[in-house]
Ligand binder design. Sequence first.
Ligand code: NAD
Length: 418
Amino acid sequence: MQIYDHPTFQMACQQFDLVADLLEIPECDRDRLKFPKRSMVVALPIERDDGCTEVFAGYRVQHHLTLGPTKGGLRYHPDVTLGEVAALAMWMSWKCALTGLPYGGAKGGIACDPRTMSAGELERLTRRFTQEMIPFIGPQVDVMAPDMGTNEQVMAWMMDTYSMHVGHTVPGIVTGKPVSLGGSVGRREATGRGVAYLINRAMDTLQLDAAKATAVVQGFGNVGSVTAYSLAKYGVKIVGASDVAGGLYNPAGLDLDRLAAHLARHKTVAGFAEAEPVTNEQLLRLPCDILVPAALERQITEANAGRLRCRILAEAANGPTTPAADRIIAERPEIFVLPDVLCNAGGVIVSYFEWVQDLQSFFWTETEVAEKLFRILEHAFVEILKLSRTRGLSMRLAALRLGVKRLHDAKRIRGLFP
Ligand code: NAD
């Protein structure tokens, strides 16, 4: 299916093929596990603030419907394409299956630059996209959530547009909403908190002392900043951080509160006076115990994988490491990889909790949310580590093996339709 042609989709397919070989999945079963069930491409005309009309491209890919509704984020970024969204949807499928969530994977996106748009323009774009999606979404069909470039406000506009259409309030149509509209406490922090929890488990496994450990975080957005704060709570020193405008390094440790204040004032971490400026490429090669890519796909490639200077590579972003880089890292057993499908699963796990709370109109405390989140992550971490060790697989292959096998088994039992 050439419509999905994109380097990120090829990367997801290469990972799938490795696992399909491992599981000895018959060739004739592979395409229906790999290719999305349903994809929508829509033209989104909106009025800009200057009175002109501009048309944006919007995408939604629902990877499979075998285990329940589809679930996945909505990304606003200039480089969004159908192929990238399809890859992200496929990874969501493996992530949900390996953590035991009753969902298929999905992802959406609009090719736009939210940093250059006013709140009014973003609202019109979001409402128009939601309107176009109405025949294909629903709390039992497909449920969206925030991803790069989107946030609670975007989810609130989506929920409102859908609710106005059906004539009553439907909180379960999206997750990652404001708590005042039926969002879950702890959802905003869930992905970063989960990343930090798993890094802490990896430090235990490697017998690294958190109080002496250092971390570098690429992408100081929702996931990256919460990961940094949560790691700091475990005692880890954050020595590097970045965003799209550039990076920072201070071997003595960054003061996170002052960095957050700088970010709030200047809309970027770049230019923070208490650190030396570095490029994003240099940032990935800084000496540290923990490297956390928390921005885009394909950041760790064959060009820099041999030069990483970390002990733990914690993939908070989706797809930050290419298969070619994976092969180089496989020759470097000193690096422990927390693969994306496990590492950032905290987000979809608490999205699942939010959906369950909305369906029941019965809400949990933050302690309940955190305990249930850590229980699921702990179980997945232990299961994947055991599989990795007993079968001699990388952590990525072990995680994907669990996810792909669960879906393959379900598809075999159900039959050809879903
Ligand atoms: P966000 O928009 O809040 O933050 C993204 C950050 O990355 C920003 O600081 C941005 O400036 C930076 N960035 C963008 N392009 C960059 C580049 N080329 N180099 C360096 N930094 C760059 O997004 P987020 O929600 O934190 O998502 C980050 C990653 O985590 C994405 O890969 C997303 O798919 C993944 N993820 C997010 C969630 C979630 O709950 N939000 C859940 C699972 C996975």
